[in-house]
Design a protein around this ligand. Structure first.
Ligand SMILES: *[C@@H]1O[C@H](CO)[C@@H](O)[C@H](O)[C@H]1NC(C)=O
Ligand SMILES: *[C@@H]1O[C@H](CO)[C@@H](O)[C@H](O)[C@H]1NC(C)=O
Ligand SMILES: *[C@@H]1O[C@H](CO)[C@@H](O)[C@H](O)[C@H]1NC(C)=O
Ligand SMILES: *[C@@H]1O[C@H](CO)[C@@H](O)[C@H](O)[C@H]1NC(C)=O
Ligand SMILES: *[C@@H]1O[C@H](CO)[C@@H](O)[C@H](O)[C@H]1NC(C)=O
Ligand SMILES: *[C@@H]1O[C@H](CO)[C@@H](O)[C@H](O)[C@H]1NC(C)=O
Length: 508
């Protein structure tokens, strides 16, 4: 009886407290978000550089996470390291302080030297000639991982993208072209990027484990990034005068362009992560966030699976609907929070062990926020939005639909300043997703890999480098699109009357 009384009392008290505290109004969460972003940005940059050249690791090594057990991610993963290098290279491009330019250039050149050594380190996947470049990871001292692991062909593509980006920035800053010919892209493939692209040009059709190391097959993520890497290689080869090489890479890129449309599931309006691969209980749909991540990491600005592609928007929308439904943490979210995204619906890895229900991932969620910002930027750039059969549900979710619903087969096109309300709604959706990350991560700003699907607390590998990378690049995309937006959509501030001209002037 007493217990019932106390329970009732507590219940009343709790309901009182809940009612007494009004939910923050939209402007409050937005204000909190704006305060959090610069702090988390600095923490993320710190998190990235802490995992580069850690004490006791070889120069140029980047560990996937500051986590040696439960789970052990203390290795140099080729993919994760390359994604990190893309961030470092962007900082290098933007740097103006000579000391900062030097510091970053040293880090990047150490990465290039270390990765050249890894390319020539025989490992579970073969040697330099037989497929060793498909190794997923190496020990932090640069030795081969002593056990077995499956092949991953996204790493060389991401590495080539990062190093080619560096090459242009380096030459633009007055760098030494002999360094590029000797170490990056020379007459033979004893140079880092030539070897990566030679390898990709050969293996792109092959099955491998893809970005999540969960599915043996061919992957949209891999082939999309491989195509972009090859095309950037074509440009660089021409610039350096290697025309035969350019032709060779162009041929493989064209072949990939031919097969990419087969990833479209026309009846569902989405881009699949894999095709021509056997389904299993963990991959019943091939709906996967890596499709969107491929586009944010490797869109080549040539209209091939652009962020604005009807099927790409359809994929983003389907991912939102599915993850909204399967994660309890999403079901009880507030208005100010966007959906938390995982890798794929039937994921069975929870950051520690397999054969359990999977979780939302920080880098997937941030990748989706970045996608929203980049989609908004594309709309602004083209001053045009096309709403079609598969994307119209996404616009409904944004609560911006033109009057008169489009018939199933028809499309609606919006142009000029009329796009601004759509862009603004999408930017707010991106901010809600960032805000969900703010609410589910700890105040110190430490990012793990995942967020528990039930409790909403962080879990899995601590200080995961890729999570920090994803935050930094999402913030950059957000800044860029805000610049476009205020330029195009916001009324110019009233021009103050120009001061009277001083000095001699035409007399009235
Ligand atoms: C972030 O770091 C920069 C450079 O160190 C510093 O100027 C800035 O005040 C920091 N911002 C915050 C919010 O901590
Ligand atoms: C994570 O990294 C930070 C420095 O970036 C370090 O201070 C901290 O001890 C690491 N581990 C945890 C659990 O936060
Ligand atoms: C790298 O570390 C491993 C494991 O600690 C060790 O067996 C190997 O000999 C080391 N390699 C070098 C080159 O020091
Ligand atoms: C340019 O790099 C090459 C090695 O790649 C080096 O031999 C040469 O001294 C460098 N030149 C300058 C001016 O730094
Ligand atoms: C580099 O070129 C040689 C000779 O053409 C070839 O045998 C080797 O497989 C190439 N390396 C890679 C990583 O593709
Ligand atoms: C999948 O197989 C079909 C039929 O053989 C083929 O046309 C298509 O190009 C393949 N897709 C990819 C991405 O390899």
């Amino acid at each position: 009886m007493k217990l019932i009384f106390y329970t009732l009392f507590l219940w009343v008290l709790v309901s009182y407290i809940v009612q007494a505290q009004p939910l923050p109004s939209p402007t409050e969460w937005q204000k909190e978000l704006e305060e959090w972003i610069p702090k988390q940005y600095n923490r993320s940059v710190e998190g990235i550089f802490d995992n580069i050249n850690r004490p006791g690791t070889a120069k140029g090594c980047i560990v996937a996470a500051d986590s040696k057990k439960q789970p052990d991610y203390y290795y140099n993963w080729i993919r994760d390291a390359a994604i990190t290098m893309q961030v470092v290279v962007t900082m290098y491009e933007r740097a103006t302080d000579p000391k900062e330019i030097d510091r970053l250039e040293t880090i990047i050149k150490e990465y290039i030297a270390f990765n050249h050594k890894l390319q020539h380190t025989p490992n579970y996947n073969g040697n330099f000639y037989t497929g060793g470049l498909g190794a997923a990871h190496f020990l932090v001292n640069g030795s081969a991982y002593p056990g077995g692991w499956c092949t991953e062909n996204d790493g060389p593509a991401l590495r080539a993208l990062a190093v080619i980006k560096f090459t242009y920035a380096y030459l633009q800053k007055g760098g030494n072209i002999s360094y590029i010919r000797d170490h990056v892209f020379g007459p033979t493939n004893n140079t880092l990027t030539r070897a990566d692209l030679d390898y990709i040009a050969r293996v792109w059709p092959n099955e491998n484990c893809g970005p999540w190391e969960e599915l043996y097959g061919i992957h949209f993520f891999d082939q999309y990034l491989q195509r972009t890497a090859l095309l950037r290689g074509v440009k660089l080869a021409k610039k350096l005068g290697y025309d035969d090489i350019a032709k060779h890479y162009q041929k493989s890129a064209d072949d990939i362009t031919q097969v990419l449309p087969s990833y479209i599931a026309k009846d569902f309006g989405i881009v699949l992560e894999s095709v021509n691969t056997t389904h299993d209980t963990n991959h019943e749909t091939f709906l996967d966030t890596s499709t969107i991540l491929a586009i944010i990491h490797g869109y080549n600005h040539d209209d091939v699976f652009a962020p604005t592609n009807e099927y790409v928007i359809g994929t983003a929308n389907m991912l939102r609907l599915v993850f909204q439904d399967i994660y309890p943490v999403n079901m009880r979210k507030e208005q100010s929070e966007g959906t938390l995204f995982g890798r794929f619906p039937d994921d069975i890895y929870d950051g520690y062990t397999s054969d359990v229900p999977g979780n939302p991932w920080i880098l997937c969620t941030l990748g989706m926020a970045q996608y929203y910002y980049e989609l908004a930027a594309e709309w602004l750039k083209h001053e045009k939005i096309v709403i079609g059969k598969w994307s119209k549900d996404f616009f409904k979710h944004l609560k911006v639909m033109p009057p008169g619903p489009p018939t199933p087969e028809s499309t609606t096109t919006i142009t000029g300043k009329a796009i601004c309300s759509y862009v603004s709604a999408l930017l707010e959706e991106g901010d809600r997703v960032l805000n969900a990350i703010r609410r589910h991560t700890i105040p110190s700003g430490m990012f793990t890999e995942e967020i528990d699907r039930y409790t909403g607390f962080e879990q899995g590998a601590i200080n995961l480098t890729w999570s920090y990378d994803a935050f930094v690049t999402a913030v950059w995309s957000r800044e860029d699109v805000h610049k476009y937006f205020s330029h195009y959509c916001e009324p110019p501030s009233p021009v103050s009357p120009s001061p009277p001209m001083m000095g001699p002037g035409p007399s009235p």
